[in-house]
Write a protein that binds this ligand. Structure first.
Ligand SMILES: [Mn+2]
Length: 198
Protein backbone atom coordinates (compact mmCIF):
# COMPACT_ATOMS: atom_id res chain seq x y z
CA UNK A 1 0.00 0.00 0.00
CA UNK A 2 1.12 3.54 -0.77
CA UNK A 3 2.88 5.22 2.09
CA UNK A 4 3.22 2.10 4.22
CA UNK A 5 6.59 1.74 5.89
CA UNK A 6 8.24 -1.37 4.53
CA UNK A 7 10.07 -2.86 7.47
CA UNK A 8 10.80 -6.37 8.73
CA UNK A 9 12.61 -8.16 11.50
CA UNK A 10 13.77 -11.76 11.30
CA UNK A 11 15.47 -13.73 14.05
CA UNK A 12 16.85 -17.00 12.67
CA UNK A 13 18.44 -19.57 14.92
CA UNK A 14 20.06 -22.88 14.04
CA UNK A 15 22.49 -25.15 15.89
CA UNK A 16 25.29 -23.36 14.06
CA UNK A 17 24.31 -19.70 14.04
CA UNK A 18 21.94 -17.05 15.26
CA UNK A 19 21.23 -14.13 12.95
CA UNK A 20 18.99 -11.17 13.74
CA UNK A 21 18.16 -8.79 10.91
CA UNK A 22 16.12 -5.60 10.81
CA UNK A 23 15.60 -4.00 7.42
CA UNK A 24 13.80 -0.86 6.31
CA UNK A 25 13.36 -0.68 2.55
CA UNK A 26 12.67 3.06 2.41
CA UNK A 27 15.63 3.99 4.52
CA UNK A 28 18.54 6.39 4.24
CA UNK A 29 21.46 3.98 3.96
CA UNK A 30 22.09 3.65 7.67
CA UNK A 31 23.62 0.44 8.95
CA UNK A 32 24.60 -1.06 12.28
CA UNK A 33 26.38 -4.36 11.88
CA UNK A 34 27.75 -6.65 14.55
CA UNK A 35 28.71 -9.84 12.76
CA UNK A 36 32.35 -10.54 13.71
CA UNK A 37 33.42 -10.57 10.07
CA UNK A 38 34.99 -7.16 9.37
CA UNK A 39 35.21 -7.62 5.61
CA UNK A 40 31.55 -8.61 5.30
CA UNK A 41 30.61 -5.69 7.56
CA UNK A 42 32.48 -3.41 5.13
CA UNK A 43 30.59 -4.90 2.16
CA UNK A 44 27.15 -4.73 3.81
CA UNK A 45 27.76 -1.14 4.90
CA UNK A 46 28.25 -0.30 1.21
CA UNK A 47 25.24 -2.41 0.19
CA UNK A 48 22.95 -0.50 2.58
CA UNK A 49 24.43 2.92 1.78
CA UNK A 50 24.02 2.49 -1.98
CA UNK A 51 20.67 0.77 -1.67
CA UNK A 52 19.32 3.47 0.67
CA UNK A 53 18.20 0.61 2.89
CA UNK A 54 18.48 0.72 6.65
CA UNK A 55 20.09 -2.47 7.89
CA UNK A 56 20.79 -3.76 11.38
CA UNK A 57 22.36 -7.17 11.85
CA UNK A 58 23.60 -9.02 14.86
CA UNK A 59 25.07 -12.40 14.01
CA UNK A 60 26.97 -15.03 15.92
CA UNK A 61 28.11 -18.42 14.75
CA UNK A 62 30.57 -21.25 14.80
CA UNK A 63 33.50 -19.29 13.39
CA UNK A 64 35.80 -21.86 15.00
CA UNK A 65 34.60 -24.30 12.29
CA UNK A 66 34.96 -21.75 9.49
CA UNK A 67 33.13 -18.71 8.15
CA UNK A 68 30.85 -20.62 5.80
CA UNK A 69 27.81 -21.20 8.05
CA UNK A 70 27.66 -17.66 9.32
CA UNK A 71 28.03 -16.03 5.90
CA UNK A 72 25.42 -18.29 4.31
CA UNK A 73 22.99 -17.78 7.19
CA UNK A 74 23.38 -14.00 7.05
CA UNK A 75 22.48 -14.21 3.34
CA UNK A 76 19.43 -16.39 4.06
CA UNK A 77 18.18 -14.17 6.89
CA UNK A 78 18.66 -10.97 4.87
CA UNK A 79 16.71 -12.56 2.01
CA UNK A 80 13.90 -13.60 4.34
CA UNK A 81 13.77 -10.10 5.82
CA UNK A 82 13.62 -8.51 2.37
CA UNK A 83 10.75 -10.79 1.33
CA UNK A 84 8.86 -10.08 4.53
CA UNK A 85 9.35 -6.31 4.24
CA UNK A 86 8.21 -6.35 0.61
CA UNK A 87 4.88 -7.95 1.41
CA UNK A 88 2.57 -8.27 -1.59
CA UNK A 89 5.02 -6.61 -4.07
CA UNK A 90 2.31 -4.27 -5.33
CA UNK A 91 3.40 -1.07 -7.07
CA UNK A 92 7.13 -1.75 -7.20
CA UNK A 93 9.46 -1.31 -10.18
CA UNK A 94 10.44 -4.99 -9.96
CA UNK A 95 13.59 -4.77 -12.14
CA UNK A 96 16.84 -3.03 -11.27
CA UNK A 97 20.32 -2.87 -12.69
CA UNK A 98 23.64 -1.21 -12.20
CA UNK A 99 26.91 -0.95 -14.08
CA UNK A 100 29.39 -0.12 -11.40
CA UNK A 101 33.01 0.92 -11.94
CA UNK A 102 35.58 0.67 -9.20
CA UNK A 103 38.85 1.87 -10.66
CA UNK A 104 39.98 -0.84 -13.13
CA UNK A 105 37.07 -3.16 -12.22
CA UNK A 106 33.61 -3.02 -13.75
CA UNK A 107 30.71 -5.16 -12.54
CA UNK A 108 27.21 -5.41 -14.00
CA UNK A 109 24.37 -6.32 -11.65
CA UNK A 110 20.86 -6.98 -12.95
CA UNK A 111 18.00 -8.33 -10.90
CA UNK A 112 14.34 -9.21 -11.02
CA UNK A 113 12.19 -9.59 -7.91
CA UNK A 114 10.68 -12.55 -9.68
CA UNK A 115 10.02 -15.16 -7.00
CA UNK A 116 12.19 -17.48 -9.11
CA UNK A 117 15.58 -17.74 -7.42
CA UNK A 118 18.55 -17.80 -9.77
CA UNK A 119 22.12 -16.62 -9.46
CA UNK A 120 24.57 -16.05 -12.29
CA UNK A 121 27.97 -15.06 -10.91
CA UNK A 122 31.27 -14.98 -12.76
CA UNK A 123 33.59 -12.75 -10.73
CA UNK A 124 37.18 -13.94 -11.00
CA UNK A 125 38.35 -13.40 -7.43
CA UNK A 126 42.04 -14.15 -7.73
CA UNK A 127 42.99 -13.42 -4.15
CA UNK A 128 41.75 -16.24 -1.89
CA UNK A 129 41.53 -14.10 1.23
CA UNK A 130 40.70 -10.48 1.93
CA UNK A 131 41.89 -9.86 5.43
CA UNK A 132 40.65 -12.97 7.22
CA UNK A 133 37.71 -13.36 4.85
CA UNK A 134 37.50 -16.33 2.48
CA UNK A 135 36.56 -14.82 -0.91
CA UNK A 136 34.79 -18.05 -2.03
CA UNK A 137 32.06 -17.04 0.40
CA UNK A 138 31.08 -14.00 -1.68
CA UNK A 139 29.41 -16.37 -4.15
CA UNK A 140 27.85 -18.30 -1.24
CA UNK A 141 26.46 -15.10 0.25
CA UNK A 142 24.82 -13.97 -2.98
CA UNK A 143 23.41 -17.46 -3.67
CA UNK A 144 21.85 -17.66 -0.20
CA UNK A 145 20.48 -14.13 -0.47
CA UNK A 146 19.03 -14.58 -3.98
CA UNK A 147 17.44 -17.89 -3.01
CA UNK A 148 15.81 -16.63 0.19
CA UNK A 149 14.67 -13.36 -1.42
CA UNK A 150 13.36 -15.05 -4.57
CA UNK A 151 15.56 -12.95 -6.83
CA UNK A 152 16.85 -13.58 -10.30
CA UNK A 153 20.30 -12.08 -9.80
CA UNK A 154 23.07 -11.68 -12.35
CA UNK A 155 26.46 -10.44 -11.21
CA UNK A 156 28.87 -10.35 -14.09
CA UNK A 157 32.38 -9.03 -14.35
CA UNK A 158 32.94 -6.74 -17.32
CA UNK A 159 36.52 -5.80 -16.43
CA UNK A 160 38.83 -6.51 -13.55
CA UNK A 161 40.57 -6.60 -11.43
CA UNK A 162 41.67 -6.29 -8.01
CA UNK A 163 39.74 -8.71 -5.81
CA UNK A 164 38.71 -6.10 -3.23
CA UNK A 165 37.51 -3.77 -6.02
CA UNK A 166 35.49 -6.53 -7.70
CA UNK A 167 33.81 -7.50 -4.43
CA UNK A 168 33.06 -3.90 -3.58
CA UNK A 169 31.60 -3.20 -7.03
CA UNK A 170 29.34 -6.28 -6.69
CA UNK A 171 27.95 -5.25 -3.29
CA UNK A 172 27.51 -1.58 -4.22
CA UNK A 173 25.95 -2.59 -7.54
CA UNK A 174 23.57 -5.00 -5.84
CA UNK A 175 22.48 -2.21 -3.48
CA UNK A 176 21.96 0.21 -6.39
CA UNK A 177 20.00 -2.36 -8.41
CA UNK A 178 17.79 -3.19 -5.44
CA UNK A 179 17.11 0.50 -4.83
CA UNK A 180 15.65 0.72 -8.35
CA UNK A 181 13.73 -2.54 -8.17
CA UNK A 182 12.21 -1.79 -4.76
CA UNK A 183 11.20 1.76 -5.68
CA UNK A 184 7.51 2.44 -5.93
CA UNK A 185 6.05 3.30 -9.34
CA UNK A 186 2.96 5.45 -8.81
CA UNK A 187 1.42 4.38 -12.14
CA UNK A 188 1.85 0.69 -11.31
CA UNK A 189 -1.41 -0.17 -9.62
CA UNK A 190 -1.00 -3.81 -8.74
CA UNK A 191 1.66 -6.47 -8.97
CA UNK A 192 4.00 -5.69 -11.88
CA UNK A 193 3.44 -8.89 -13.81
CA UNK A 194 0.97 -9.79 -16.54
CA UNK A 195 0.62 -13.13 -14.76
CA UNK A 196 -0.82 -11.34 -11.75
CA UNK A 197 1.73 -12.70 -9.30
CA UNK A 198 5.43 -12.74 -8.56
MN1 LIG B 1 36.86 -1.09 0.37
Amino acid sequence: MKGTRRLARVDRKTKETRVQVKIILDGSGYSRLDIKLPFLEHMLTLWAAHGLLDLEIKARGDLEVDQHHLVEDIGITMGQALTKALGDKKGIQRYGWSLLPMDESLVAVALDISGRPYLAFNLRLRQKRLGEFDTELILEFFRAFATAAGLTLHITQQAGGNTHHLAEAAFKGCGRALRQALAREPRQRGIPSTKGRL
